[in-house]
Design a protein around this ligand. Sequence first.
Ligand SMILES: [Zn+2]
Length: 58
Amino acid sequence: MATTTRGKVLRELKSSGRGTCPLCGRTRIKLLYDHINEEGETIKVCKICRPKKKLIKK
Ligand SMILES: [Zn+2]
């Protein structure tokens, strides 16, 4: 599976994958991780808010 959190893939995303994290409110941070909120919607969150069990080794 291709990585979607690094390299030129980011530049193809809207705003290079950056935005305001809906969970922690950090601005201009990269929103790279899928997170399912309480309503069952999938939202993009920053690395700090990503689901812990989906940690990826570098
Ligand atoms: Zn966050």
